[in-house]
Design a protein around this ligand. Sequence first.
Ligand code: IVH
Length: 676
Amino acid sequence: MGSDEDVRKRIERLRKVIRYHSHRYHVLDDPEITDAEYDALMAELRELEAAHPKLVTPDSPTQRVGGEPLPQFEKVEHRRPLLSLDNAFDEEEVRAWERRIRRLLADDADIKYTVEPKIDGLAVALTYEEGRLVQGATRGNGFVGEDVTQNLRTIPAIPLRIPLVGDEPPPSYLEARGEVYMPRDRFEELNRRREVAGEKPFANPRNAAAGSVRQLDPSITLSRPLSIFMYAVGHAQGVTLEGQWEALSFVRQMGFPTAENIQLCDDLEQALALYQKWLDQREALNYEADGVVIKVDSFAQQLALGEGAHAPRWAIAYKFPAHEGVTKLLRIAINVGRTGTLNPYAELEPVQVGGVTISHATLHNEEDIHRKDIREGDTVIVKRAGDVIPQVVGPIKELRTGDEKVFEIPKSCPACRQPVVKPEDEVMYYCINASCPAQLGGRVEHFASRGAMDIEGFGERLARTFVDKGLLGDVADFYYLKAEDLLELEGFAEQSVASLLKAIEASKERPLWHLVTALGIRGVGAVVAQVLVRHFASLGELMAASEGDLEAIDRLGPHTAKSIVGFFSQERNRRLVEKLRRAGVRMRRLPEEAGPQEGPLSGLTFVITGTLPTMSREGAAEFIEARGGRVTSSISRNTDYLLLGQRPGGAKIRRAKELGMPSITEEELHRLVEGR
Ligand code: IVH
């Protein structure tokens, strides 16, 4: 090969051709050349890059596996939450949903629906800057996911670089969302190989996909046959899209795959007919779909309908009937939940349902058991509804022998032998003994878990030991533990005691929503806790809120409001909070927990560097956020201003210069606020 310039051109040319054929193969499923031809192109590119390492770029097709194994995943805060979907299990529920949305829109609104398969995989968000993949994140809890960029780069259907459309460059910022899945045939093949190699096969394609994406070593992800279907645009800078149908066609243009046979329906009847069609061909698909998603097509209508805490109102997942199986119910047992509920469950003769072995199934409550007339010893139908805990549908009475036993809920708690109670308007029985070991173990474990107080190294086993040994009579006792008590425990030495105490100490500083989650209030998980903390600046304010105050919050329902007020009205829970406060646990929210406010700085992102004349950095961040702005720690193309103080960081200034980003002083910041 001739000059360096010739090499560079040849490399560019090869990459372009390879990207084109890779897209035809992995996205369009319509290859134009043979695998051998493709391999030859890749081999040439690899050779040239090896000889000219300076010309290697991260978006080259040879660079899908770049990095080293990671020690752990970084957290990623989603710009817009990745919500879940509400489910409907029969036609009536779908119609009821449509009636609800019709009430919220104009009476005669013309609603079109996009109907898509609901892919059973792992949700991810892919971010592109100037057409290059810069980040791939899992859904996580919807607000915060994990950075799995290195792994997602290995999936051939995900473009590392978005192609030009005609002469048009891609949007400067694009976030697209989709579901990573493992094609069924490749899943079977992978499992066969694992079995031959003496490895444990995966339970189902979804677990295989999720497990593969959450590998710290990207070379393992590379070895797993994964693909993706995109289903949403999170954000596309400078692009106006009218609705879901158009958004899907836009993502295809950007080089991403979408599921085939998605349709735009003129009305609900068409959508329902399409559901039936999908259901009939479900087994023939090369991916697992557990239903269809019916989405109001128009973005204007979607906006008018809005979103609840967990799911948008403008979409519904119409689930396919769950997989079912038949087996023998050996015994009905009780498990005491973290909030004291007595949860009956069935111990089953193990049975395979939808590729998974089931030996336990939930029975909800006593009323349900009697209504369905389920007895110990019955032959029963069990179902696995999507990914939730298996359920007992009902008995096959024809197969009874007469030896079956009618179930009665015990009058005392199976864990602590104290009497149980049943509130009048509820179906559940409760053990109300606050120090019931069964509950306490669960409460303690929950309190220490990730997303709650996140006490590192403290899991189920330690929770049980600490409760059994009487070290924790309630969750606040964590903060009153003494080294000498712990040293007496088996398996603990100076070092491990010190690191546990350190982890406990560190947990005092968790953001407020962690504490709200950790309290274990029924109906208040991480998502609701975050919503609450946006509205209440401290735990004290939340404790003082009335049911009315809580119900006024957009995303909270009456049950949750009641449960929160009920929780804090109990003397022993208030005492618990007081005990936590005395121990020094953070009771106020961090500035960033207040969420985006509307204000003169809405839409602007700042990075702060150096010492400011009158405000501390934290103070400045609070000032900006209270006026609708965002503050981030590092400069990117999304940063609008560098707020500059004395003795700023050199790297930040250089980066801001490179990007041509304006920097302003504290005084100019005040003027900016006034001017807007
Ligand atoms: S739309 C805000 N469309 O289902 C709307 N989700 O149960 C939420 N999923 O987390 C997403 N196929 O991972 C949408 N065609 C599809 C989908 C889909 C699968 C997943 C997604 C979501 C989960 C909710």
